[in-house]
Ligand binder design. Structure first.
Ligand SMILES: Nc1ncnc2c1ncn2[C@@H]1O[C@H](COP(=O)(O)OP(=O)(O)OP(=O)(O)O)[C@@H](O)[C@H]1O
Ligand SMILES: [Mg+2]
Length: 329
């Protein structure tokens, strides 16, 4: 299990008159054959801000998105979207939420325009209103000249922009994006992020996104929720999360099991060393204090005849994983 949920900053509570964009309370979801994808998670995503949900493969991110978008049920807990309860008023939630799924939902054998038109018709747009909205979205997503082309001829970035347009067709108050930059090159990803930032800043839309990219979350989100094995392991602003990380991170690769066990035990006995954890065959630890602390770590390695490369780095948001979700061998 991932351990007790932690918040490094005071939990945010939305005033009753202005409900949070998304309020998740004690959410539990078990798939058939007993896979507990969400194990009682709680957090809120503030209005008009970007909230990022991070976590390794299988953490439960897509399950969470599907539950809030009414695409899958859940066993216990509650989700409010823009103040509307997902379970009791799903149709109203669907009007308020726009979803861009991890897997594509556009039809590759139809044109971008036809995909978007179908989506608009599902939401009841007709005639001049429909044409005006499509024109606006295609223009905004820079797809105007490609609108008549079959989607299968689109680049990864163009397809993601089309999917984004499809999620926005009904002008939702809340937009949820499940790994919008997966399999997108860095330039196209940057384009997507500036569109998302614009949605938030200029159109006061609330955005919740999932990503594996901690640096993206750091740059864009005002609140970060880290999931592991269906539980919230830590949440806070990127600033809070990083301030919690002081000292350096030392990493060393240990392939011999006996040596690995002895070095791990010896490191754990050092006063200035904390959070000793494994990532595969790499032992990582936080060192507090000055060069003497590093010296004592190197002494341990020398004493066990470890001669391989040792790296010492400043902590990044990545180290949150090791500290809170932390690996075991
Ligand atoms: N339809 C399903 N039936 C059974 N188990 C499922 C189903 N969908 C997901 N799971 C399981 O639920 C857990 C959470 O999966 P989920 O797809 O939500 O994770 P994720 O964080 O989105 O991962 P990724 O980063 O790979 O997209 C995993 O153990 C997964 O195998
Ligand atoms: Mg997923």
């Amino acid at each position: 299990m991932a351990g007790e949920p932690r918040t490094v900053a005071p939990a945010r509570a939305a005033p009753a008159a202005h409900p949070a964009a998304i309020e998740v309370r004690s959410l539990v979801k078990t798939y058939p054959r007993g896979v507990r994808a969400l194990d009682g998670i709680s957090f809120s995503a503030a209005r008009g801000e970007i909230t990022a949900v991070l976590g390794p493969n299988g953490a439960g991110k897509s399950t969470l998105i599907k539950a809030m978008a009414t695409l899958t049920g859940f066993d216990a807990g509650s989700i409010g979207v823009d103040g509307v309860d997902v379970r009791t008023r799903p149709a109203e939630v669907r009007r308020r939420i726009g979803v861009v799924s991890q897997s594509y939902s556009s039809d590759p054998s139809a044109t971008g325009y036809d995909n978007l038109r179908l989506q608009a018709r599902i939401y009841g747009l007709r005639g001049d209103r429909l044409r005006a909205r499509l024109h606006e979205l295609l223009d905004w997503m820079d797809l105007g000249s490609a609108a008549g082309r079959l989607v299968r001829t689109y680049s990864g970035g163009m397809r993601r922009r089309l999917e984004l347009a499809m999620g926005l067709v009904h002008e939702p108050a809340v937009l949820v994006l499940d790994e919008p930059t997966a399999a997108v090159d860095p330039v196209a990803a940057e384009g997507l992020w500036s569109l998302v930032t614009e949605l938030c800043r200029d159109r006061r839309m609330s955005v919740l996104l999932t990503t594996h990219q901690l640096d993206e979350a750091d740059r864009l989100a005002s609140w970060v929720v880290i999931l592991n094995q269906g539980a919230v392991v830590v949440q806070g602003s990127p600033q809070d999360l990083k301030e919690e990380l002081s000292g350096d991170v030392v990493a060393v690769r240990l392939t011999d099991p006996a040596t690995a066990r002895q070095v791990e035990a010896a490191m754990k006995r050092l006063a200035q060393v904390r959070n000793v954890a494994w990532t595969g065959a790499e032992l990582r630890a936080d060192i507090q204090g000055d060069a003497r602390a590093l010296g004592s770590v190197l002494e341990v390695l020398t004493a066990h005849s470890v001669t391989g490369p040792v790296s010492v780095s400043r902590p990044s948001l990545n180290d949150i994983y090791f500290r809170h979700a932390g690996g075991h061998r």
